[in-house]
Each structure stands twice: as C-alpha cells, then as structure tokens.
Design a protein. Structure first.
Length: 445
C-alpha cells in the first residue's frame, strides 16, 4: 500500500482534558459531515446507470437481459470489493482511501457516459463497482472509532441516511438530464460531482482518534460496553483476526446469510421500480423516478428510527428491531403488489413505506456485524457481510430479469415476499438466544 495512504501513526496522548473534549467535539461533527457528503456522492455514481436505463435501452437497443447482466456483474464485483476494501481500509487512512475511491468512480462514470458498446459498458461498470467498494469501509472504521457503543446506533443511522439523500437526488438528476439532454449526461454530470467531492474528502476527513493524540472513544465517554470491546480487541496478526473474529464467528454468518435476502428486496425494488411504474402503470420516466424518490425519503426516516430504537428500546441489541422492520417490509410489498392501483400518490406512499422498513435492516445488520467482531476489524466485518449482501444484489439483476421475462411482475413480487420471510427466519436464532453477539463469541467456534 502506498505509504501516504497507510493509517496515520498514533500520537502522544494530549494531557489537557479541556483540549481533548474540544478536539473530540469538533472533529466528530466534521468527520460526520465529510462521511455524509462523501457517501451521498458515492451513491450518485453507483445508481446513475439505473436511472438512465430506460433512455439508454431505447438509444442503444439493448434488451432487459443485457442491462440485467450489467447489474449482476456490477454487484458481484462490488460485493467482493466490499470485503477486500474492508480489510485494506482497516490499515489505511480513511481520508485518502475514501477520497481517492470517489475520484476514480467519477472518472469511470464519465467514461461510461461516452461509451456505446455492451462490452465496454460492462468493463467500465465492473471497474466502477470495484472502487465503489472503497466508500463504506472507511465509514465503518470511523464510526467505530469516533462514536461509542451506547450512542452508535444514532450516529451510524445518521451516516447511513447519506445514501438515502444520494438515492433521492439521483433519480431526479439523472432522469431530468436523460430526458432533456440524453442519457449520457445523466452519467457524466454525477461523475464530475464525484471528482470534486473526492478532493474535498482528502482534505476534510481524519484517521482514528489516536492519530490526533486523543484517548479511545470508550475512555472519553466512559462507555462500559465500548471499553469491554476495546479490552477484548487485543492487537492480532491480520489472518488470525479474520479467522477468529469473522470466518469462525457464528453470529457473523447468520447476519451475512440474512443480508443476502435483504439485498434481493432492497436492490430489486430500487433497480426495477421505475421500470415497474412505466410498464405496469404507464408513468413517464420522470414521474416514475419521482415516485421512486419516496423510497429514499422513507429510508431516511426509517434508518433513524431503526438506529435510535435499537439504542433506546433494546439497549444496543440490533436484532429485535431488525425483525420488526422485516415484518413491515413484507406488508408493504404485499400492499403494492396485490392492490395494483394506478394512482401516483398511492404508489409513492407504498415506495415510502418499503423504503422506511427496508433501510432499517440494511443498516442494522452491517452495524451488528461490526459490533460482533474485533474492534480493529470493523471494515472487514462489514465488508464480509457486504459480500453476501451484494450476492443478493447480484441475484436481483440478471436472475430477477429472467423471472420478469418468464412470470412478469407477479413472479417478481413473489420472489421479494419469499426472500423477506427467509431473512426474518434467519434472524430468529439471534433474537431467541439470550446472549447478545459479542466479539468473544468467536472463541466458542
């Protein structure tokens, strides 16, 4: 790894408590703002393709299966990159790791926007998927370093809403650009925004508190649960840490398998929702994309409720809130499928509630994985479950496209309903078992 991208060295502890308090308070806000802006823009360059897709289909003559293949290959690479980048980011400086990744995704979006052949588009979108993986792992590292266990649900949820903001902006931005200027501008403009934002991250973010002479966040906040995880997270060789706290951690495996099904639903609705509204309800592209924006509005609110609720109602146990939200997903999917009302308002409300409930588990499962692992492997833990999540996302691409071609939208919604039930059943053992997942649980395996 390039020397200047490596994690910043620890500095001698500051002696002045007031200075420590001021430094912590200032940088916790600045880091959150940097992560928020950065990850929102990552989402612009990740989802731009989906929202120019109907216009691109007409212009280039691709089939639904063609774009489904692009989506599937993207998610396979993105899932692999989430784990690889998670391992790398735990030893990297987040400000450069996240910033450089965003710059490169911007460049690749621009190149995608000036290409036409299916092969070139596949190669560029796979490359984009790899650098998209550089986005969340640094956030997981910073969230577990600067915010302690008894408050992390709120802060993690707040940061997680950044992709709801990005997800709400990109349908309108890409849709309007695609309709009025052509689909290529719907790719190029988000790419330019990403390059500028990546440069901003390189200057705005910081590394762990120890790199600034600060005590650990557990010591600073006197958080018993956080201190407990810090004490049990002794420094270990990388492979031993991965083996003990991730690969042989039964909690991680249950969470990861559940994540597969969560992402089938989340990405299935997100990627195919505008096509459903244009084909099944006769909406224009801009009207369909504006209705789909409600998915992100609902997700913004639902993420905050899920994080706050898991902190306050279940004392940091993320599983019960997960199960409550999974039931909400099932009811919302059944509502939009079975009632089949052409009203714009009705469909927008349905997307709002699907977003409200789906983004809770999407956030909580990743956070539970980080909290069930070693303190210094948060990026690897979230990256590992991310592999499984984006296996589910890959299944929502070409395989779900084939379901659509064979069984139409009824088959589509049957798949989403069944996967929601499967995810809920996989979480039940974690809810029934009285002992919450902790890092030391790996010792039993």
């Amino acid at each position: 790894m390039i020397k200047w991208i490596k994690s910043a060295p620890e500095q001698p502890l500051l002696a002045d408590k007031e200075h420590v308090d001021d430094t912590y308070r200032y940088w916790r806000i600045q880091i959150m703002l940097g992560m928020y802006v950065g990850y929102a823009v990552y989402y612009l360059t990740r989802k731009s393709f989906n929202y120019v897709m109907p216009e691109m289909l007409q212009d280039l003559g691709f089939t639904i299966a063609d774009v489904g293949l692009i989506s599937t290959l993207f998610y396979f690479m993105y899932g692999a990159s989430r784990f690889i980048s998670g391992v790398l980011s735990d030893a990297a400086n987040p400000r450069y790791f996240m910033g450089i990744g965003l710059i490169l995704t911007g460049v690749l979006n621009i190149l995608f926007g000036v290409s036409s052949s299916l092969f070139a588009l596949i190669v560029l979108w796979i490359a984009n998927a790899f650098f998209q993986g550089w986005g969340w792992a640094p956030c997981a590292k910073l969230l577990t370093s600067w915010y302690s266990r008894n408050e992390r649900g709120f802060w993690w949820a707040a940061c997680n809403t950044s992709h709801n903001v990005g997800g709400a902006v990109i349908p309108l931005l890409a849709g309007v650009l695609a309709v009025h200027h052509g689909w290529r501008y719907g790719m190029i403009v988000p790419g330019v925004i990403a390059i500028i934002s990546g440069c901003f991250l390189c200057f705005r973010l910081r590394d762990r508190p120890a790199s600034m002479g600060l005590p650990s966040v557990g010591r600073w906040r006197s958080d018993r649960q956080e201190l407990d995880q810090e004490q049990k997270s002794a420094k270990l060789p990388l492979m031993l840490m991965l083996k003990k706290y991730i690969f042989f951690n039964k909690y991680i495996w249950l969470l990861a398998t559940s994540y597969v099904f969560v992402y089938v639903v989340r990405i299935g609705i997100n990627d195919w929702g505008n096509l459903y509204l244009t084909q099944n309800h006769g909406f224009s592209l801009v009207k369909a994309n504006s209705a789909l924006t409600m998915l992100e509005v609902g997700g913004f609110i639902g993420t905050i409720v899920a994080g706050w609720g898991s902190d306050k109602l279940f004392a940091g146990n993320r599983v019960p809130m997960n199960i409550i939200f999974m039931i909400g997903i099932l009811l919302s999917v059944l509502l939009i499928w079975l009632l089949r009302i052409d009203s714009y308002v009705f469909n927008a409300i349905c997307f709002f509630f699907i977003g409200f409930f789906i983004f809770g588990p999407q956030m909580l499962i990743g956070m539970a994985a980080a909290e069930s692992s070693h303190k210094n492997s948060a990026g690897a833990a979230t990256g590992f479950v991310g592999i499984f999540g984006y296996l589910g996302a890959a299944l929502s691409g070409w395989p779900l496209a084939k379901v659509l071609e064979s069984w139409s939208w009824d088959g589509f919604f049957v798949v989403l309903s069944v996967t929601t039930l499967a995810s809920t059943l996989l979480l039940l053992p974690l809810a029934i078992e009285p002992r919450r997942a902790k890092p030391e649980a790996a010792d039993e395996s």
